[in-house]
Design a protein around this ligand. Structure first.
Ligand SMILES: *[C@@H]1O[C@H](CO)[C@@H](O)[C@H](O)[C@H]1NC(C)=O
Ligand SMILES: *[C@@H]1O[C@H](CO)[C@@H](O)[C@H](O)[C@H]1NC(C)=O
Length: 304
C-alpha cells in the first residue's frame, strides 16, 4: 500500500531519463555524490532515486553515488520520511558520512524536495567531510504553508497529516513526530514558528545566530536551488528559491533578497550571493519533473 503513495517519485521524468540519451565522457577523478530523497520516496526506488543514481553513474563513469537510506530497510526509510525527528535524521546522516572512507576528500550533495533542506542542515552542522556543491531540487528552504497535493492525495495518511499540520503543527508532540511539521512555516504566526519549530527555525537562524552554521554554509563552492515553475505540491513555490510570504499574511511574497534573513545576513547567504555562490535555476514543470537533457545541461556541470 505504501508504494501507491510515492507521487513525489517522479514517474514520467524517469521514464524519459531512462530512455533518452547516451552517457557523455566522464572522468574518474570526480567527487562522490550523496543524494537524499524526498517525502514518500526511498533511497532505492528503481523509478526515482535508483534511476537517478544509475544515470549519474552512466554520465560520470567511476563516480561513487551514495543514495541515503534513513533506517535499516527501504520500508523504514520511506516511513522515516514522514515520522522521524528531522534533527535525528540529520545527525545519523552526519555520522554515516563521517564514517565513509570514500567521502574523506569531500563530496557533492543533491537533495530532492525535503531532502534539499535536510542536506543544507548537514552542510551547516557537519563540516567534515566537506560538502562542495549543494544542489537542492525543489527543496523548501523557508518551509511550506500548505501541501496542496501531497504524495498520495487520495490516501488517508495524507489527509491525516494535513489535519495535524492545520491544527497543531507547533505542539511538541507533532513537531517531534511529523516530519512535515518540522518545516511547517505559518506566516500568520511567525512568533509560534520562531519559538516552536524544532528544525527549520533552527537552521534558518530564527532564534539566534549560530556562527558555525554561517561559516559552514559559506564554505560551499555553490549552493544551487532548483524551482519548479508549475509546482503543485509546494506552497509557496518561492520557498524553493528561499523566498516566502511577507510576515503576517499569506498572499504577498518576499524574495530571498528582500527577507530579513538576507538583509541582516544571518546565514551568510548575502555574502554567498555577492561571491557568486548562489545559483537559482528554474525548471518548467511540476514538482521534480525534469528530463535527462535538462539534468545534463543544468545540474551535471555541478557534479563533474
Ligand atoms: C573510469 O573507471 C572505469 C572502471 O573503474 C573504467 O572502465 C573507465 O575507463 C574509467 N574512465 C576514465 C575516463 O578514466
Ligand atoms: C551551533 O551549531 C553547532 C552544530 O550543530 C552546535 O554544536 C553548537 O552547539 C551550536 N551553537 C550554539 C551557540 O547553539
Amino acid at each position: 500500500a505504501m508504494r501507491k503513495r510515492s507521487a513525489l517519485a517522479l514517474p514520467p521524468l524517469l521514464l524519459l531519463l531512462l530512455l533518452c540519451a547516451r552517457p557523455a565522457q566522464g572522468s574518474n577523478g570526480s567527487l562522490p555524490l550523496v543524494m537524499w530523497h524526498g517525502m514518500g520516496d526511498s533511497c532505492c526506488n528503481p523509478l526515482s532515486m535508483g534511476a537517478i543514481k544509475k544515470m549519474v553513474e552512466e554520465e560520470i563513469p567511476g563516480i561513487y553515488v551514495l543514495s541515503l537510506m534513513i533506517g535499516k530497510t527501504v520500508t523504514e526509510d520511506m516511513k522515516n520520511g514522514f515520522f522521524m525527528d528531522v534533527n535525528e535524521q540529520v545527525s545519523t546522516v552526519c555520522e554515516q558520512l563521517a564514517r565513509d572512507p570514500r567521502l574523506k576528500g569531500g563530496y557533492n550533495a543533491m537533495g530532492f524536495s525535503q531532502g534539499g533542506q535536510f542536506l543544507r542542515a548537514v552542510a551547516q552542522r557537519c563540516p567534515s567531510p566537506p560538502m562542495k556543491n549543494l544542489i537542492s531540487v525543489g527543496g523548501q528552504h523557508q518551509g511550506v504553508f500548505g501541501l496542496p497535493r501531497c504524495p498520495g492525495e487520495s490516501s488517508a495518511l495524507c489527509e491525516w497529516i494535513r489535519k495535524r499540520l492545520n491544527s497543531g503543527a507547533y505542539t511538541d508532540l507533532v513537531q517531534k513526530h511529523l516530519v512535515q511539521a518540522q518545516y511547517w512555516h505559518d506566516p500568520l504566526n511567525e512568533d509560534l514558528y520562531r519559538t516552536h519549530s524544532l528544525f527549520l527555525a533552527d537552521i534558518n537562524q530564527e532564534r539566534a545566530v549560530n556562527e558555525s552554521y554561517k561559516k559552514n554554509l559559506q564554505a560551499l563552492q555553490k549552493f544551487v536551488m532548483v524551482k519548479f515553475l508549475q509546482d503543485s505540491v509546494v506552497d509557496p513555490v518561492n520557498s524553493e528559491w528561499f523566498g516566502f510570504f511577507k510576515p503576517g499574511q499569506d498572499v504577498e511574497l518576499d524574495t530571498l533578497q528582500e527577507s530579513t534573513l538576507y538583509k541582516e545576513d544571518r546565514l551568510g547567504l548575502a555574502a554567498m550571493d555577492k561571491a557568486g555562490k548562489l545559483v537559482f535555476l528554474a525548471s518548467d514543470g511540476d514538482h521534480l519533473q525534469f528530463d535527462r537533457a535538462w539534468f545534463n545541461a543544468n545540474l551535471l556541470p555541478f557534479l563533474r
